[in-house]
Design a protein around this ligand. Structure first.
Ligand SMILES: [Zn+2]
Ligand SMILES: [Zn+2]
Length: 289
């Protein structure tokens, strides 16, 4: 996710206040976060973020790159701490950076044993009209096709970013042919899109948006998604779950969203957590230490 914009000074105070710790819910995996953007610059920073997460039951995280600098950093972070895995790729907004050198470097990085997914890649039509440095749709589509092929060649999961591009995104995946494992990160579609993803055996990864007051359709989409196809993520530092929307998000906030999913699915919190974690391990083919 990419967010920007000015905020009023009263909102600024709230933006700096971290949400309280949720009651622990073992043993969850944050399927998509951005540790560097959460303030994790050094190995010590990363350890502190992951210690905090572990204290409420979030045992592992997948830290996701959105540009080349971030990709190098994500691989390094995954080697610093056994609780972190990495995903590498160019965010669709940065698709224009995918030159020969970037391709060669990503090919090398993705085979690293700590890298569990290719991405985040996909289509983002929100920023194309709002940011001058966002890649145009044709460039995004070409880069997306390259990442799809990379996932197929390496057997790693494909981590999809989709913003305001449901139909084109599913059409590109159908035209190129989906890899074995596709994760729809921060799933934001309606019931129809959810049903199509389930039909294709994709995983739908739900973020804090599923807790928002105005997300009835997204909760309906979660309701028709079999529990076995669901993952849970923070996309931190963005998309902090209700009622802390707008405050800084980190992996320790994951239990709030996992509990919201349990409530949608009518499952016990612990039962939901166990299913989500089993799904995440299967999707990313991770062996946990
Ligand atoms: Zn994203
Ligand atoms: Zn993200």
């Amino acid at each position: 996710m990419r967010h920007s914009g000015r905020v009023s000074s009263s909102k600024k105070d709230r933006r700096k206040t971290p949400p309280p710790d949720p009651a622990p819910l073992p043993s969850l995996i944050d399927a998509h976060t951005h540790l560097a953007a959460c303030g994790g610059r050094t190995a010590e920073d990363v350890r502190a973020i992951l210690d905090h997460a572990e204290a409420v039951g979030v045992s592992h995280v997948v830290t996701v790159a959105d540009d080349m600098v971030d990709a190098r950093w994500a691989v390094a972070a995954a080697h610093w701490d056994p609780r972190a895995f990495a995903a590498v790729g160019l965010h669709p907004t940065h698709a224009a950076d995918l030159d020969d050198a970037a391709r060669a470097e990503l090919e090398e990085m993705v085979v690293d044993e700590r890298v569990v997914a290719v991405g985040e890649t996909g289509l983002d039509y929100y920023w194309t009209t709002r940011s001058d440095d966002c890649a145009d749709p044709a460039t995004q589509r070409d880069a997306f096709a390259w990442h799809i092929d990379l996932a197929k060649r390496t057997g790693k999961a494909l981590m999809i970013h989709n913003r305001d591009a449901d139909r084109d995104l599913l059409d590109v995946l159908a035209a190129e042919g989906s890899p074995d494992t596709v994760v729809m990160h921060c799933f934001s579609g309606d019931r129809r899109i959810a049903a199509e993803c389930v039909d294709r055996n994709y995983y739908l990864s739900f973020s804090g948006t599923v807790t928002f007051n105005n997300s009835d359709e997204l909760r309906a989409a979660a309701d028709i998604t079999p529990a076995e196809r669901m993952l849970v993520e923070t996309d931190a530092p963005f998309l902090t779950p209700h009622p802390y929307r707008g405050q800084p998000n980190q992996s320790y906030c994951l239990p709030y969203t996992a509990r919201a999913l349990a409530s949608v699915k009518g499952l016990d919190d612990e039962e939901m957590a166990a299913v989500l974690t089993a799904n995440t391990r299967r999707a990313y083919a991770v062996t946990l230490r």
